[in-house]
Design a protein around this ligand. Structure first.
Ligand SMILES: *[C@@H]1O[C@H](CO)[C@@H](O)[C@H](O)[C@H]1NC(C)=O
Length: 199
């Protein structure tokens, strides 16, 4: 029966071909048009679409909601990295230069989290009168959060597996934050009338 199904049913091969096609083009074809639109201004679009898709039905075409979603995802991922660093430090302490780099990195990510939280706070209470100042603050803080991620990776010696994993995770947060900054920049250029469409 199964054999018959596999050999005689052309749909099976079509489905198989569809499943094995490239993951990235699959995700961009099946993703919601709102999230594709919101992510169109970002540098890491596939990552943007993957991480922001869950917000599609709530954010739709509201630029302020996408800005908040972008920063929220960045906060979540930065918290993951902090938790990973804390665990890694306990389980498998690094030595020498990497040990110092690791504690510097923790400080940087904490600082980055502060900046992300401040940004989200302001994005939650935007007003048409203070819009430009508020957006200026948010852009400054998000840029600082981006720099913190780079600074975190500065001090490590290459080649250790543990360092490579950490690098991948921190780069991920950096890319997600870069995407959030691009979405926020777009909101800033839209101007206060973005708030008239929706809060
Ligand atoms: C990068 O972030 C995304 C979105 O939060 C997450 O799903 C993914 O697992 C992360 N990848 C790595 C390598 O940490």
């Amino acid at each position: 029966m199964v054999h018959y199904y596999i050999t005689k049913n052309p749909t099976f091969f079509l489905v198989l071909a569809w499943l094995t096609c490239s993951c990235s083009s699959w995700s961009s074809r099946t993703s919601n048009p709102y999230v594709r639109q919101a992510c169109s201004v970002t540098l890491y679009q596939q990552l943007c679409i993957r991480s922001l898709s869950p917000f599609s039905s709530a954010a739709r075409n509201h630029p302020t909601r996408w800005a908040r979603a972008g920063v929220s995802v960045s906060i979540g991922e930065a918290k993951n990295v902090v938790a990973y660093l804390a665990k890694a430090r306990k389980r498998n302490p690094m030595r020498g230069r990497n040990r110092i780099a690791l504690s510097d990195c923790v400080e940087c990510i904490q600082d980055s989290l502060d900046n992300l939280h401040k940004s989200l706070g302001v994005l939650r209470k935007l007003s048409t009168k203070t819009f430009n100042t508020q957006m200026g603050d948010v852009i400054t803080w998000l840029s600082a959060a981006l720099t913190d991620g780079d600074t975190c990776l500065d001090g490590f010696e290459e080649s250790k597996e543990q360092v490579n994993t950490l690098r991948r995770k921190v780069m991920n947060v950096t890319h997600i934050t870069s995407n959030a900054l691009a979405i926020v920049n777009k909101l800033a250029t839209t101007g206060p009338q973005a708030l008239l469409v929706s809060p």
